[in-house]
Design a protein around this ligand. Structure first.
Ligand code: PGA
Length: 222
């Protein structure tokens, strides 16, 4: 059976203490998470916490991988304020690219997204490209594509599993990604409706991932 990806996008939330508490609580579920070898659990915290979170995951043997929420379009060099793929790769296996909040608030054009994917690839990061619909697909390919309709993000109003499955199928038909996941108002009660759809390989979870118990239930129920 292929993997089911369960990816937490913490966005610009959490203090260091809150992140440490989250990990402490989630570590209570480590042995149960290990019993789901077909589920790949990834958390995407803010850049500033990656190093410490990496250490905690290793020390406490928590079966969770790390992803960044973004990556620079530039390689290392004179780009003040940027965090580049070479640096991210020291801590992460994955990188989110093109989340709709970044497309809307940070002028992420297709050209920039292509450069980000190129940079991530150069340093061996696996990419999770977020698209709001099939119009966002353009020329970009990615290991994983997350279909996230804007109306469903943070609203408590998810897409229907049927429509999400249809879009995921269209993305796969266009051979833009090996895996397609769904994101937008996922919780422990609705996750299975999505992960049981034939074209959907997992979920990207925002708000509900901030609570470690709820996130564990999402992993369990997926
Ligand atoms: P949500 O966010 O789960 O809070 O709807 C999903 C996302 O933005 O990735």
């Amino acid at each position: 059976m292929d993997k089911i990806f369960i990816i937490a996008n913490w966005k610009s939330n959490m203090s260091l203490l809150e992140a440490q508490n989250w990990l402490e609580e989630f570590s209570n579920f480590s042995s149960e998470v290990r019993n789901f070898p077909d589920k790949k659990v990834i958390i995407c915290p803010s850049f500033v916490f990656l190093s410490q979170i990496r250490n905690i995951l290793t020390e406490k043997k928590i079966p969770v991988s790390l992803g960044s929420q973004d990556v620079s379009t530039f390689d290392k060099g004179a780009y003040t304020g940027e965090v580049n793929a070479m640096q991210i790769k020291e801590f992460c296996e994955y990188s989110l690219i093109g989340h709709s909040e970044r497309r809307t608030n940070f002028e992420e054009t297709e050209d920039r997204l292509s450069k980000k994917i190129e940079m991530a690839r150069k340093y061996g990061l696996k990419t999770i490209l977020c698209v709001r619909g099939t119009d966002d697909l353009k020329d970009n390919k990615s290991e994983i594509i997350a279909y996230e309709p804007v109306f469903a993000i943070g609203t408590g109003n998810p897409d229907t599993p049927e429509n999400a499955n249809l879009i995921a199928g269209q993305i796969k038909d266009q051979k833009k990604a090996e895996y397609v996941i769904y994101g937008g108002s996922i919780n422990s009660g609705n996750v299975k409706n999505f992960t049981s759809a034939p074209n959907i390989d997992g979920v990207l979870v925002g708000g509900a991932s901030l609570d470690p118990q709820e996130f564990f239930l999402i992993v369990k129920n997926a």
